[in-house]
Ligand binder design. Structure first.
Ligand code: GDP
Length: 391
């Protein structure tokens, strides 16, 4: 699936930056256009792979922002996005619409610019273009406190309503205990980029025609449920035969002979099981998903039709849905075999329920503090017996 990639806010920009880097290294051509939008000039300056010409600073004319960011205020983030929608649309004028299947808007939902701006942009894109509009929403970790949960819970609701589907990434599930926050983000952004790249690169193999290849319509169908989705992923080393065949002898061998023996089948189906049983981008109850898509990516010599079919039957049982598409994504020069599973529209996502509960608590806390503060201020400025008249 070929996408126009838009990073909104700091986290959105960093994840997009990582995806662009990943695409360059692995030669996976799924990003057809890229734009990083932010209200903070300094955040844009930190990007290494999104060129300045593909960056847009919004809110410059807003007196409360002026290039300095929105201070984790999503309402202000939404306001400046609305004010600058024309500029954003102009920046998207160059997107080759004939060559993209979807827009992907990436944002951290616990802050201000991305949290407020991404849903507004997703809604505007839906109104303007025929292409699908997907979101990638990063949920804050519990450690970030009530305000981040409050922002995320509000943004989540509008983002899911505005976009065709929102892929979720949960910072809480991916928080490494020994990491500093910065180093942790770098690592998780890389993990996230690998998953997204493997999924979206499916079907973009150029001239290479694969028998069982996934294509953009498979991804679109799976995400067509609406709601949210989560991604499972696992990877394994190549078999010695594949590594060997990369040597001189490879020139005399056919590169597309699928080794459909028992070992290859077990390796492939085991890899899919491992993926689904490992940490998802956002933990969810797999038995509550509506549709799934399984992609096996790597050198075609490693593919096994039987392995994919076995894994598909297993996943149908795990999910309780027959709506499971499965196929492969040939990447002849890849140095590992990867299984990626897109699980769409799970209804049991404990993290979202938890965030919403925390957000309600944070709001009640804020309201009661605001009430108590008003009383305290009024007490402070009036004397105990209210005997004094103000001037
Ligand atoms: P914004 O610039 O106002 O949109 O706010 P940020 O993007 O800085 O932060 C929003 C949320 O994104 C935070 O609450 C964090 O949960 C998350 N976040 C920030 N940076 C990163 C990052 O590099 N990776 C990940 N996974 N999450 C991030």
């Amino acid at each position: 699936m070929k996408v126009a990639l838009i990073g909104f806010g700091n986290a959105g920009g960093k994840v997009v930056d990582e995806l662009v880097a990943h695409q360059q290294v692995d030669d996976l051509h799924f990003i057809r256009a890229v734009l990083a939008i932010n209200s903070a000039r300094t955040d844009l300056a930190k990007l290494d792979h999104v060129p300045p010409a593909n960056q847009l600073l919004i809110g410059q004319t807003n007196d409360r922002v002026k290039g300095q960011g929105v201070g984790a205020d999503p309402d202000l983030g939404a306001t400046v996005t609305r004010q600058d929608l024309h500029e954003i649309e102009r920046a998207l004028d160059d997107v080759p619409l004939y060559d993209i299947d979807a827009f992907l808007v990436v944002a951290g939902l616990g802050g201000g610019t991305g949290s407020g701006g991404a849903p507004v942009l997703a809604e505007a894109l839906k109104e303007t273009y025929d292409e699908s509009v997907y979101g990638l929403g990063i949920l804050p970790s519990d450690e970030e406190g009530g305000r981040a949960s409050f922002n995320a819970a509000r943004s989540f609701r509008s983002f899911v309503q505005a976009a065709d589907n929102v892929l979720l990434f949960d910072n809480d599930a991916w928080r490494g205990s020994e990491d500093t926050v910065g180093a942790g983000y770098q690592r998780t952004n890389r993990e996230l980029a690998r998953r997204l790249a493997t999924l979206f690169a499916a079907g973009n193999v150029g001239e290479m025609v694969a028998e069982n290849a996934m294509d953009a319509s498979d991804v679109r169908r799976t995400l067509g449920t609406g709601g949210v989705s989560t991604i499972a992923y696992a990877t394994t080393e190549l078999s010695p035969e594949t590594v060997q065949s990369r040597g001189l002898l490879a020139r005399f061998r056919s590169s597309s002979t699928a080794s459909d023996d028992v070992d290859a089948a077990q390796k492939v189906s085991g890899l899919f099981r491992q993926a689904v049983q490992s940490r998802l981008t956002c933990p969810a109850d797999v038995s509550s998903v509506e549709r799934a898509l399984m992609v096996l990516a790597g050198p075609p010599e490693e593919f096994s039709r039987k392995g994919i079919e076995d894994a598909r039957s297993w996943l149908e049982q795990r999910t309780g849905t027959m709506d499971v598409l499965a196929g492969d994504s040939p990447q002849p020069s890849a140095d590992e075999l990867s299984a990626v599973v897109l699980l769409s529209n799970p209804t049991q996502v404990p993290r979202v329920d938890h965030l919403q509960r925390r957000a309600v608590e944070a709001k009640e806390n804020r309201d009661s503090k605001a009430g108590a503060r008003e009383d305290a201020i009024s007490k402070l400025i009036t004397d105990d017996g209210e005997q004094l008249d103000p001037l």
